[in-house]
Design a protein around this ligand. Structure first.
Ligand code: FES
Length: 201
């Protein structure tokens, strides 16, 4: 089956929506970070009945496996489920559960809802974006961090709240957030060092 790469809205360079929600666990995200072999998509499709009503389930599987829905995967899904490609894209781009662009290994979600806003979340957001050199929804060049914002995380009394890889951090300050990011970077460096040492052995 040939796979072309059409340019769809939301493709390369597109920014994620500002109200995306944290979705993958850190473990899943670290295992399947930025690319997904298309044979993995084919395996997902083989497990599903080739019928249009399977669309959401298939997209959820791909999202879970890859962390986003690649354009080439949408083409395979459209062919397998006998749907127009535009319909697959419409669904994938409509639901916040799906991301159309690769996301970082670590997702930082800053709540910018009213309760967190009055407790200083704008400063928090500025801090994290400035520190990492990003705009909301973007991913650092090293693929480590994606910063998103959300309108409420459901724990307003604990604001300002951020979520890092699915873990909630309450009463955050810019200094605490910087420290958190540094600790993730250091942990990543350590993993890399161990991996390199393992290769040398
Ligand atoms: S407004 Fe931030 S948790 Fe509700």
């Amino acid at each position: 089956m040939s796979v072309e790469q059409p340019t769809l809205p939301g493709g390369k360079g597109a920014k994620a929506s500002c109200d995306s929600r944290p979705r993958l666990t850190a473990e899943r995200r670290n295992t399947h970070q930025r690319t997904m072999p298309m044979d993995a998509v084919l395996q997902i499709l083989e497990r599903r009945e080739p019928a249009p009503h399977q669309l959401i389930e298939v997209l959820l599987d791909i999202q879970d496996e890859c962390g986003h829905i690649p354009q080439a995967a949408m083409i395979l899904v459209a062919e397998h489920l006998k749907l127009p490609l535009i319909e697959v894209f419409r669904v994938a781009s409509f639901y916040k559960a799906f991301a159309l662009t690769p996301r970082g290994r670590h997702i930082i979600t800053v709540c910018v809802g009213t309760a967190c806003h009055v407790r200083g979340s704008p400063r928090m957001l500025d801090e994290v974006l400035g520190f990492l050199g990003l705009e909301p929804g973007q991913t650092t060049e090293d693929g480590l961090f994606t910063v998103e914002c959300v309108n409420c995380l459901g724990c307003c009394a604990l604001g300002p709240v951020i979520v890092l890889d699915g873990e909630y951090h309450d009463h955050m300050t810019p200094a605490k957030l910087r420290k958190l990011i540094q600790s993730v970077r250091e942990a990543e460096k350590e993993v890399l060092t161990h991996a390199e040492a393992g290769v040398r052995c």
